[in-house]
Design a protein around this ligand. Structure first.
Ligand SMILES: *Cc1c(COP(=O)(O)O)cnc(C)c1O
Length: 412
């Protein structure tokens, strides 16, 4: 086994460090790799997930509920862990429905959003009794037809495409022309249609963007969302019982990113909540978060299999790569490639440094985990750790590309 460097440090990016080795869940990497039986692997730290949820609870108003968007990390063990910590699950596929229903989360606290739901997916969701966030008028018609065939009154919420977006977000998912939701100006008509067709109206889902790091922008979008929901509620066939105001809480992926000021988001929401309580007295108000809950609690770990110099540059070649952690390579929606936080996981706190480029084992120059980074000098057999890998890691990566083995996943 690779030795841990003898260095003192208590934690690094929230993870324990034991004798210079990162220790997700309290187990130093060499031993963790030995017990998993392979590298590469993803390790998610349950304590860090729980602490993040505790921080959300203490900063958000007490009557704001927190849902987990399963697509951020659908590992069943993670979803099971979160079932006891969050107020609901948000799904984006029937596959995620299976995972959610295997947990202790009651069906009435599960909702299903996403464009292009097939009749099969809708039938399964209706049979399960979860809320379907309808993305179009045609989808509403399908839901009503399938509900009638099954003699069930499907629970529906309307996903609204607002006429604003989350300023500065990494991914805009509302405002302008979008494939998501029903345009706000068409929602009153859709609500009347729901009333005439016996659907069990639950409320609204208004999602304006992802990966926001500016508390003011998030707060602004939340305020507009609450106002829009109150306005639309006047056309609803019944009381609004749920208002999902979206999420968009981002995490700092790069050195240049400042973490989101959660206290400021909480204060902003506390200022807007009285309007929501008064205008929508029967509604549960919820945010839906993915990466903010799990993203920073996960690491991707691979092993150095070769080290070489090429015309003055040092390359560390690992058994991992973009087929497992696409986002860290810069090929998942980034315009400009920047390095994720990366360390040599068994040499934390070591004083000696070198500049090295960390690559994966794929035959493509795109397969980059860190470019010209300042790292502890590493040897073959050492561990490379990519942080911020708890969300959109394994399931957002092209694992079949080049037919290498799949990475392991553990919750520790
Ligand atoms: C993907 C998605 C989320 C989660 O986004 P994060 O950026 O991971 O918080 C939440 N809601 C909807 C509708 C989504 O599509």
């Amino acid at each position: 086994m690779t030795d841990c460097a003898k260095q003192e440090a208590e934690t690094y990016r929230g993870f324990p460090v034991i004798e210079g080795c990162l220790a997700p869940g309290g187990t130093p990497l060499p031993r963790l790799a030995a017990r998993i039986g392979q590298t590469p692997f993803f390790a998610y730290d349950r304590k860090l997930i729980s602490e993040r949820m505790a921080a959300l609870r203490s900063n958000l108003p007490p009557d704001v509920q927190v849902n987990y968007a399963i697509k951020a990390n659908p590992m069943p063990a993670v979803v099971q862990h979160l079932a006891g910590l969050v107020d609901g699950f948000d799904l984006a596929s029937a596959g995620e429905l299976m995972t959610a229903l295997d947990s202790a989360m009651p069906a009435e606290r599960i909702s299903f959003a996403g464009p292009g739901k097939t009749p099969d997916e809708l039938s399964r969701a209706i049979a399960a009794g979860i809320t379907i966030n309808a993305e179009s008028e045609r989808e509403l018609e399908s839901i009503a037809r399938i509900g009638a065939e099954m003699s069930l009154a499907p629970r529906v919420a309307v996903r609204v495409n607002p006429d604003f977006e989350l300023r500065g977000s990494g991914m805009r998912m509302g405002g302008g022309a979008k494939q998501f939701g029903i345009d706000a100006e068409r929602v009153p008509e859709a609500l009347r249609w729901i009333g005439r067709h016996g659907l069990d109206f639950q409320g609204f889902h208004i999602y304006s963007g992802s990966q926001g790091l500016n508390a003011g922008a998030i707060s602004d979008a939340q305020s507009k969302t609450i106002d829009l929901a109150i306005e639309l509620a006047a056309h609803a066939p019944g009381p609004v019982r749920k208002l999902n105001i979206g999420g968009g809480f981002g995490i700092p992926y790069f050195d240049s990113d400042a973490p989101l000021d959660l206290a400021a988001v909480g204060q902003g929401l506390a200022e807007h909540m009285p309007r929501a309580r008064q205008g929508l007295p029967e509604a549960r108000i919820m945010v839906e978060l993915g990466r903010y809950i799990v993203g920073e609690a996960g690491v991707y770990v691979c092993r150095i299999v070769d080290r070489k110099d090429s015309r003055g540059q040092t390359f560390l070649i690992t058994d991992g790569g973009l087929h497992h952690q696409l986002a860290a390579s810069g090929n998942f929606g980034q315009v400009l490639r920047r390095n994720y936080p990366v360390v040599v996981g068994n040499r934390i706190g070591q004083d000696a440094r070198e500049t090295a480029t960390v690559v994966g084992c794929l035959c493509t120059p795109l397969d980059l985990l860190a470019s010209k980074m300042d790292l502890a000098p590493a040897e073959v057999g050492d561990f490379v750790v990519v942080f911020q890998s708890g969300a959109y890691g394994l399931t957002a990566s092209p694992t079949a590309f080049l037919s290498h083995p799949a990475p392991a996943e553990v919750l520790v």
